[in-house]
Design a protein around this ligand. Structure first.
Ligand SMILES: *[C@@H]1O[C@H](CO)[C@@H](O)[C@H](O)[C@H]1NC(C)=O
Ligand SMILES: *[C@@H]1O[C@H](CO)[C@@H](O)[C@H](O)[C@H]1NC(C)=O
Ligand SMILES: *[C@@H]1O[C@H](CO)[C@@H](O)[C@H](O)[C@H]1NC(C)=O
Ligand SMILES: *[C@@H]1O[C@H](CO)[C@@H](O)[C@H](O)[C@H]1NC(C)=O
Ligand SMILES: *[C@@H]1O[C@H](CO)[C@@H](O)[C@H](O)[C@H]1NC(C)=O
Length: 373
């Protein structure tokens, strides 16, 4: 069955079909000259009916194909993917395998995400997602669905969401979506007024985290935090290129990792500014009370005392994962100067910092906000 999209929600065009069916039929009957019906009897009526059917089929076809392409932003295949198997929410049967004694609003079941953490990877987004889920009115999907970059059905996607009650806010996390315009457009097609959270962090810290993950994936080491010397050594060999016989920083690689501006421009072109919250990681670590308050307000949930503490010297972040459980995690690349200091590579730090300085400035101007990078 064809689907249509309206006001950000999807509905089947089934009802439209019947609506047009009725209207076209009546209109067409009036167009058939009276004498044909009188003089030719049944034969005339049958011909008129057949003609009506042709018109109905054509009108329905053009109407539905018009409705399938609501805006230039969404391609037909995007839309097809997003609407396949869609109903307003996950079907009641799948939602409630449990006790039917309780009404639906008292039975936890998956809800449509109304907020999305879209990036940036390597800026502690997963830690913040855990801390966010401590709020009693927020559920965070921690399972990687890759829905907006993959080809699963919307029904499947929604069924992956954690069970929640109607007044809860469901937040999904996909930290690489922000770097791909196509994925952002699909998010927009899903819900153009969805709330978007973006976490940014010092580009050098992101560079280090990216490098450390790279070393981990090629099997250099299995430990979570790498020794600074190994890290900086590998950066020295991978972040430079030869230009005219001179060793230069690889500008392309560096800006892909640390130039947030280029991605945020895409994001702000697609979503209204008021629906996007940019969170700076260090600010959240240093000033958790006011920063969390801002996040909760943005999500429209009541205040909650998420007591995040961050120990700058050890890089340990502690936060409540629920009202009874507290967790501490090492987040080792926050203090970038320590990494370079330990590796005796302050000159490299200086050149990377010089590379990012103008890019940071441009970002501050664009966001009308100044970070301490
Ligand atoms: C974005 O994602 C699409 C589809 O998943 C892919 O074809 C495209 O190459 C990606 N673009 C970038 C810039 O990574
Ligand atoms: C899309 O789905 C098909 C069939 O389920 C699968 O074979 C294919 O690998 C999927 N492609 C992507 C990009 O996930
Ligand atoms: C889209 O997101 C907004 C903001 O979270 C929410 O209020 C609205 O209900 C969502 N719409 C749908 C169809 O999920
Ligand atoms: C590091 O960043 C680059 C550029 O964004 C990306 O292509 C690469 O996959 C990242 N590496 C890791 C290990 O995350
Ligand atoms: C955070 O965790 C601590 C220790 O488990 C607990 O005493 C405190 O009440 C929690 N805070 C909130 C707001 O739930």
């Amino acid at each position: 069955m064809a689907m249509s999209m309206k006001d950000g929600s999807f509905s089947t065009s089934h009802h439209h079909f019947h609506y047009h069916h009725g209207r076209v039929l009546t209109q067409h009957r009036m167009l058939v000259p009276r004498r044909h019906r009188v003089h030719r009897g049944n034969h005339g009526i049958i011909t008129a009916f057949a003609a009506s059917c042709v018109v109905i089929v054509l009108v329905t076809y053009f109407e539905t194909s018009r409705m399938l392409i609501p805006s230039k932003v969404v391609t037909r295949s995007d839309l097809h993917q997003l609407t396949s198997g869609f109903t307003k929410d996950v079907p009641k049967k799948e939602e409630q395998p449990v006790n039917t004694k309780f009404p639906s609003h008292l039975t936890p079941h998956p809800h449509r995400p109304s907020a999305m953490m879209v990036g940036f990877s390597h800026c502690s987004g997963n830690l913040l997602a855990s801390a966010l889920s401590a709020h009693p009115d927020v559920v965070v999907n921690r399972r990687s669905t890759k829905f907006f970059s993959g080809n699963q059905s919307l029904r499947w996607y929604l069924s992956q969401m954690p069970p929640s009650l109607d007044h809860h806010v469901t937040v999904d996390v996909g930290l690489s979506y922000v770097t791909n315009r196509t994925h952002l457009k699909r998010i927009k097609a899903y819900n153009e007024s969805i709330k978007i959270i973006v976490i940014v962090c010092n580009p050098i810290s992101r560079l280090i985290a990216n490098q450390s993950e790279f070393l981990r994936t090629i099997g250099k080491t299995k430990v979570e935090s790498l020794e600074s010397k190994i890290l900086v050594h590998s950066m020295k060999s991978t972040l430079y290129t030869e230009v005219d016989g001179k060793r230069r920083l690889d500008a392309h690689k560096l800006s892909k990792i640390g130039d947030f501006f280029q991605f945020l421009v895409d994001l702000f072109l697609l979503f209204p500014r008021k629906n996007v919250l940019v969170v700076e990681r260090n600010r959240l670590y240093k000033n958790p009370i006011s920063q969390w308050a801002g996040i909760y307000k943005f999500l429209g949930v009541p205040p909650y005392r998420q007591a995040t503490t961050f120990d700058q010297s050890s890089g340990e972040l502690c936060f409540n994962v629920s009202s009874v459980q507290r967790s501490c995690v090492k987040d080792p690349y926050v203090d970038v100067s320590r990494v370079f200091r330990e590796a005796d590579a302050t000159s490299m730090q200086e050149s990377v910092r010089n590379f990012y300085r103008p890019l940071n400035k441009r970002l501050y101007m664009y966001l009308e906000d100044q970070f301490d990078w």
